[in-house]
Write a protein that binds this ligand. Structure first.
Ligand code: UGA
Length: 508
């Protein structure tokens, strides 16, 4: 691996870029490149996606994306199109941002990557640099290269002529235009994709030619960050290893969280206490209901699959996944412990998206919890700042069972418990006293450790969080509280809660 060095000599004057796939990775990448001054064709075969983009709207929620979209539709630097063949034919640098969903056994399904390789093959009208941005298993670049070379020999060019055919219809290898396949994994986080694009920690490029390296360096030079140059296979592996490592950190802290709860320690302080050691780092040490989304769960499985396929022991990764899946049960136990009987209870749910600042609900831990609560007979009042339209598609409103609310306060109103499942900033800023007043029974189960337990307690809540002691719940804790604090707490209690507290005191 080599750090970025020197200034490239490659001539990029007429270089056009095509970004293939206008999803969560492709669209921010295309607009980021347009902002850097490149002429970018944004291609996607879905006409609805392209129609929406042409109207200056993104088909998914991502902060700061729409202003950039409008700006570069106006500047003419971003041209959305459904004509994928045309985009490939017109451009020199092709960023491949199509989906790599999970196939059988967790193996990555590379059908869309293969079909792009075939589009490239039939539009190879000059030098092209094909850049894998989608997360793919190691060795995919080799296959993309082979596929292009293989199909360029048999597929017709758009003008109907066989590519480089000799007299007898046989392939003439000498005239096949040169092309390179590079890996340039993205590290964009949903909810921060635009911010991440312009402020990367590093850029990784996996190349096997100087020309490809110089082109990619020229494209990214204005971002002024370390560029790690390596071969395509290593670059592909860096992406999987990065996501696997971050997932491991989360499962590690979740395991520590369970130990903290068992012995009466505080996982937030443990995370801080270990994270300030720069060898460990403070990021991705928030304990909670686990990781979700389109990337971590599927990339972890794909990485383990790849390793095992090649004989490596990937039991660590399997365990990371197992711990993550088990978070659902850890959280549900907490809910059952707090409510005793879930059946027939009205429960407010704050957060449906897999993480804040996105409307993405794919593999969202929150939805798994919602599903479990419904199966146990609860009636739910749901709220998420952005995720509700997507959630409604998989879980429609149902009178008396599933109610979507306009605000967090509306979700809390009349509830026997309020659950926090996504770490939105908006939830951090809620007025806990107001929430408390609105609820039938003031039980707060916080799956993301958003609140300070003593503040939640002061507002009158029985508060359960992850890897920290519950407050307002156990008799020993109530009797240990200072008399003055208890007086304050009592005055904050509603009538309904006072009677609930009394019942609890008797029961306990
Ligand atoms: C992740 C990586 O962070 C990006 O670098 C990468 O580019 C991307 O996957 C991808 O492969 O495309 P993303 O899935 O958008 O990004 O979301 P993250 O911010 O990484 O969060 C993933 C999940 O972990 C969320 O459910 C989040 O709530 C959870 N999480 C995160 C925790 O439970 N604890 C933490 O401390 C951090």
């Amino acid at each position: 691996m080599a750090e970025r060095r020197g200034v490239s000599k490659v001539n990029t004057k007429n270089t056009k870029i095509a970004v293939l796939g206008m999803g969560h990775v492709g669209l921010p990448t295309a607009l980021g490149l347009a902002q850097l001054g490149w002429e970018v064709i944004g291609a996607d075969s879905n006409p609805q996606t392209i129609d929406t983009l042409k109207q200056g709207k993104s088909w998914f929620y991502e902060p700061d994306l729409e202003p950039l979209l409008k700006k570069h539709l106006d500047s003419g630097l971003f041209i959305p199109t459904t004509d994928v063949d045309g985009a490939v034919a017109d451009a020199t640098v092709l960023f491949v941002c199509v989906g790599t969903p999970q196939g059988d056994d967790g193996k990555a399904d590379l059908t869309q990557i293969e079909s792009i390789a075939r589009v490239v093959a039939r539009n190879l009208n000059g030098y092209k640099l094909i850049v894998e941005k989608s997360t793919v298993p190691a060795i995919t670049a080799h296959w993309v290269k082979r596929t292009i070379a293989r199909y360029a020999q048999i597929e017709g060019r758009p003008n109907g002529k066989k590519n480089g055919n000799g007299k007898n219809g046989k392939r003439n290898h000498a005239v096949l235009p040169h092309f390179d396949v590079a890996s340039n994994p993205e590290f964009l986080q949903e909810g921060k994709a635009v911010e991440n694009f312009f402020n990367p920690d590093r850029i990784v490029i996996g190349v096997d030619s100087e020309r490809a390296r110089e082109l990619l360096e020229a494209i990214y030079r204005p971002l002024n960050c370390p560029i790690v140059v390596t071969n395509p296979t290593t670059s592909e592996l860096i992406k999987h290893a990065a996501n696997a490592f971050l997932s491991t950190k989360i499962s590690f802290i979740n395991m520590v969280s369970d130990i903290c709860e068992a012995v009466g320690a505080d996982v937030v302080n443990v995370a801080r206490g270990i994270g300030l050691d720069p060898r460990i780092g403070t990021g991705f040490l928030n304990a909670g209901i686990g990781f979700g989304g389109y990337c971590f769960p599927k990339d972890l499985r794909a990485f383990a699959y790849l390793g095992e396929e090649h004989g490596a022991d990937c039991s660590l990764l399997r365990e990371v996944e197992r711990i993550n899946l088990h978070r659902l049960e850890v959280f549900m136990k907490k809910v059952r412990k707090a409510l005793w009987v879930v059946q027939g209870k009205t429960i407010g749910v704050l957060g449906l998206a897999f993480k804040p600042r996105t409307d993405d609900i794919r593999e969202a831990p929150a939805l798994k919890i919602v599903d479990a609560l419904l199966r146990e007979g609860a009636s739910l009042r749901l709220y998420d700042p952005e995720g509700m339209p997507n959630a409604k598609r998989v879980l429609p409103e149902e009178k008396g069972r599933v109610t979507y609310c306009r605000t967090a306060y509306e979700a809390a109103a009349g509830s026997h418990a309020l659950l926090v499942l996504t770490e939105w900033n908006e939830f951090k800023q809620l007025d806990l006293t107001r929430l408390h007043e609105l609820m039938e029974v003031p039980v707060l189960v916080d799956g993301r450790n958003l609140y300070d337990p003593s503040e939640a307690h002061r507002a009158g809540f029985e508060y359960h969080s992850m890897g920290r002691e519950s407050v307002g719940h156990h008799i020993p804790m109530l009797s240990a509280a200072k008399p003055v604090a208890r007086r304050k707490q009592a005055s904050a209690l509603s009538k309904a809660e006072k009677s609930t507290e009394k019942i609890r005191a008797v029961v306990n």
